[in-house]
Design a protein around this ligand. Sequence first.
Ligand code: NAI
Length: 687
Amino acid sequence: MSGTVHLERDRGVGFLVIDNPPVNAGSADVRRALLARIAEVEADATLLAGVLIGAGNSFVAGSDLREFDLPLSPPQLPQVIAALESSAKPWVAALHGAALGGGYELALGCDARIAAAKTEVGLPECGLGIIPGAGGTQKLPRLVGKARAIALICVGTRVKAAEALSLGMIDALAAADLKVEAASLALSLAKDPQGSKRRVIERAPPDDPEAEIEAAVTKATAQGRGRPHILSAIACIRSVGKIPAAEGLATERAEFQRLRILPEAKALRHIFFAERAAGRETGTKVAPLAVRRIGVVGAGTMGAGIALAALQSRLPAVIVDSDPAALERARQRIAGEIDRSQKAGRMSNAVADAARQGLVLSQDMSALSDCDLIIEAVVEDLAVKRQVFRAIEQVARPDALLATNTSYLDIDAIAGATSSPDRVIGLHFFSPANVMKLLEVVAGTASSDQAVATGLAVARALGKQPVRAGNAFGFIGNRIYAAYRAACEFMLEDGALPQEVDAALQGFGFAMGPFAVADLSGLDIAWRMRQQTTATRDPRARYVSIPDRLCEAGRLGRKTGAGYYLYPEGKPVPDPVVDAIVIAASAEKGTARQPLDAETIRRRALAAIVNEAGLVLEEGVARSAGDVDVVLVNGYGFPRWTGGPLHWAGTQDATQLQADCAAAARAAGPDRPIADLAGLGLWPDAG
Ligand code: NAI
């Protein structure tokens, strides 16, 4: 039994208390109980009105997604909502916590909605590859207009109570006691001589100018990457007022049912569950240390971004750098970002003021002495990092957690510079650190459970998506991305041009192609790393010299106005000079160039990703296939709607993909390892 609904009677009002901990998710049991209790209220002559309310911390935070892979058992939500709408008595939704998805649709089936101050309402279904299926697309436009409904539904925005009130998504805010105020609202409707029912579905939508609707459609289609469910949501919203309400509701329901069992919606549910599971501690339960003040060493790109992420989350931050000019640049960048966020309304005045006051910049390491967590973000050089950790240890509190933001270096080698390696972990942020959600939490050999647990807790406190990674070159993400980028470089030598590779992979759904990404990050970082690792490189591994040639020509990417592309007006434009460098590189190796079509490019690039992801999993660097998917989707622009590379792998032909992985390994050089995909359980249905 998952969930129930209690009926409480109080002075003429029947309260239906929805009780399905922890968030009162809508389940078959809840729907069945609701239907029965609505009928009870309807039949009870002593009750004048009904109130829907959630037990515990929330109203209904959404439907139980685990039901979505199966045929939905009756009664379904539209039937429950129809019972509210056809009831002769008025119904009020009393909202607190979250009223999302099916929960908000339940509220839209009531005659009025009142919410406690901290409530969030919204229809987030589009984030899961479906559309609201119980009236959301038909009713929200009637309250807020079509243009606004398109924006809210396609993005899946969660709207805070005060804004929801001003938009008309709710009718009242509870001043003090939600239950009491909901009851009096319900009774006032019951006694209204004009009649007690205020059905949303019967209202005419506001008359939005067509141009506004068009603009909303264009924006939502672009933001939603033109995915099928986005187009479906838009079509449903546009139909409001143009066709009979019953027809609109039936079409919406049919679309919801069609979309929810498509591979794309399944993939999005997979990534939703994988994100929630990632970074959860299994094994021993240790309480994390409280982190109230964060220290950062290194005021460069990453250090300033990490400090900003802390300040945005109301945590004071101290930045130490040996270079006063770097400190000044960080100060200006952070101040500018706080100003912009405040002006744009992304940061409240209170948080912005606290952020300004909470920032300390210093050249003196002792400024870190009262920090609970100190994150090192100096240059990527082991000797420098070891020296910095020794200096940190001199000033840090003995119980402070110490972390490195290294991209590739060995955490154990860094931790070994200190006398307490158990309190050292990796916290690998992504650039820009104040924006990117992903955070790899890397455990070294000596890292204590408490250090790791604190790292995960800090990640969540900063609003990040944590994923646990093992200590190995490039951790999860950079290691897989390196294999992907190498595979794309091989294709340049074999016959493709950068713009062809980028177009093919953008066609698959990557936000950007690998060469446009390289230009954006700067080609010099990898160049420097290649120079540092020349001595240790496997001489038999295939080496593509094209990026070196570009760097030698001063083409370091966007920042120099040229890399794989030219940037005459800020946008990448293919350059014949690059084509010539690419063709010359093939000739140098004696390779006869063969054109590669988009399908071949995609197959080769994705096989390289899947092969390396499989190895990362086999070696235990990632703890689950879901963790790999979360990393690639949140940190590397892998299309979310595929569910990430390993979920995607499970939707492909196993024999073919295994052969492609073997080819990808062969292309990289002799004796390159091949992942055993069959052993990874990627095809759960294969039997
Ligand atoms: P950066 O070059 O922008 O900044 C490094 C800063 O460290 C400079 O301000 C420098 O003055 C300071 N510094 C150097 N030695 C120091 C010392 N002994 N004491 C105090 N300060 C010192 O470098 P960036 O890009 O911010 O990278 C920092 C770290 O983050 C590196 O380990 C890098 O691999 C890693 N990382 C970089 C990413 C990126 O996209 N840039 C992404 C993720 C990690």
